[in-house]
Design a binder for this molecule. Structure first.
Ligand code: PGA
Ligand code: ZN
Length: 415
């Protein structure tokens, strides 16, 4: 049984406060979980409760911590930790709002994950095995962000994330090595051209380039110079275009161009014609649903991932499936706020033939839960940044250990 739940404030990878929860079971098991935090957050995400007072520039989370130590501890102590669905439901009911603004999705999610970790540990099971059962066996393609533009860089690149996907590798281990070699080669190329190799929040480079296409050209060059080719290494983009959208137009902030939805679709179509791009995330805004339908009709051969569009929310995803918006969902636990709701979204996606991409946030921590989730649900794809910065490599390292445990039965990527 759950004996104690304790919350505390810790720091995330950007140096901002975030929530950690520690769950103690009556058998002596103790497990903790830390929740991540986004920067380019979707408008419909569950609420991350912050204090908005005069410490930590308003970003402290003492209220959320107090909600764990008082409300959640009080109501959940004595419950079986193996009733994850019931516990998550109880927390949602205690909060009582659609978007978890009373207790905070950060408070609720930290407890939700810590309960699952404690259950797994008390049963002596790895987390992916506890969450996914005997059939969890699929290691994900890394969708590795190596170059950045958008709101978090000072260059002229409008697209937020440029990612490489080692789809031709034989195993996760092999894919990780290929991506890492390409990342280091890119660094060498940028250095040679006297461009910045400082890294952004997710570990990617943010050199001062002239635009999106120059970024793509650099990556193609890095793939080639590292000894690989575009049959085996594909590209993925996160346009994060919700950031550009105002009054029905897409206003590219760096190059100061305004585009209609039609222009945007044409722009993305041209990029996929010219470059080996197999996946595009948030190609259109979270408010542009009719545009998404059109985009999906036109570029159905590309993986079209809804991040801000779906916010890991089954209702939003259901609407998307009904109208044919996108064919893939980005899965971020803290967009919705509990483990079971996250798994509900994954289950619905897979049932509908949508692919899933399990994802980190730009503000992360040493917590590696998403690595286990990717394997637990056989997602086949994970987005967890560059092979740089410990909060990113922690997830890759966890996956390396899982792959070792699954020797002989592990499969890799999506078919
Ligand atoms: P975020 O960015 O974590 O800052 O929201 C990641 C993304 O847009 O996928
Ligand atoms: Zn995104």
């Amino acid at each position: 049984l759950i004996e104690e739940i304790k919350g505390r404030q810790v720091l995330d990878s950007r140096g901002n406060p975030t929530v950690e929860a520690t769950v103690t079971l009556s058998d002596g098991t103790v497990q903790s979980a830390i929740v991540p935090s986004g920067a380019s957050t979707g408008a419909f995400e569950a609420v991350e409760l912050r204090d908005n007072d005069d410490v930590y520039f308003g970003k402290s989370v003492y209220k959320a911590v107090k909600n764990i130590n008082e409300t959640l501890d009080h109501h959940l102590v004595g419950t079986s930790p193996y009733q994850q669905r019931l516990i998550d439901r109880m927390m949602c009911d205690l909060d009582g709002t659609e978007n978890k603004k009373n207790l905070g999705a950060n408070a609720i999610l930290a407890v939700s994950i810590a309960v699952a970790k404690a259950s797994a540990s008390s049963l002596n099971l790895p987390l992916y095995r506890y969450l996914g059962g005997f059939n969890a066996h699929r290691l994900p393609y890394p969708m590795m962000n190596i170059l950045n533009g958008g709101a978090h860089s000072d260059n002229n690149v409008d697209i937020q994330e440029f990612m490489i996907m080692p789809v031709g590798a034989d195993s996760f281990r092999d894919g990780l090595r290929q991506c890492t070699e390409i990342y280091h080669t890119l660094k060498t190329l940028l250095k040679k051209d006297k461009l910045s190799t400082a890294v952004g929040d997710e570990g990617g480079f943010a050199p001062n380039l002239s635009g999106d296409e120059e970024a793509l050209e650099y990556i193609l060059k890095a793939i080639e110079e590292a000894g690989y080719n575009t049959d085996n290494t594909k590209l993925a983009l996160d346009i994060a275009s919700s950031e550009w959208y105002a009054e029905g137009m897409y206003n590219l902030p760096k190059r100061k161009i305004s585009m209609t939805t039609e222009n945007m679709i044409e722009y993305l179509d041209n990029l996929t014609e010219k470059y080996p791009i197999i996946s595009i995330e948030d190609g259109l805004s979270e408010f542009d649903w009719s545009g998404w339908e059109e985009l999906t009709g036109k570029l159905s051969h590309i993986q079209l991932v809804g991040d801000d569009l779906f916010v890991t929310n089954v209702n939003k995803l259901y609407n998307g499936i009904k109208v044919g918006a996108g064919n893939s969902i980005l899965v971020k636990m803290n967009q919705i706020g509990t483990l079971t709701e996250t798994f509900d979204a994954i289950e619905l996606a897979h049932k509908a033939g949508y692919t899933t991409v399990i994802s980190h946030r730009s503000g992360e921590s040493e917590d590696t839960t998403i690595a286990d989730i990717a394997v637990a649900c056989n997602s086949g794809q994970i987005k967890t940044g560059a092979p740089c910065r410990s909060e990113r490599t922690a997830k890759y390292n966890r996956l390396s250990r899982i792959e070792e445990e699954l020797t002989g039965v592990a499969t890799y990527g999506i078919d």
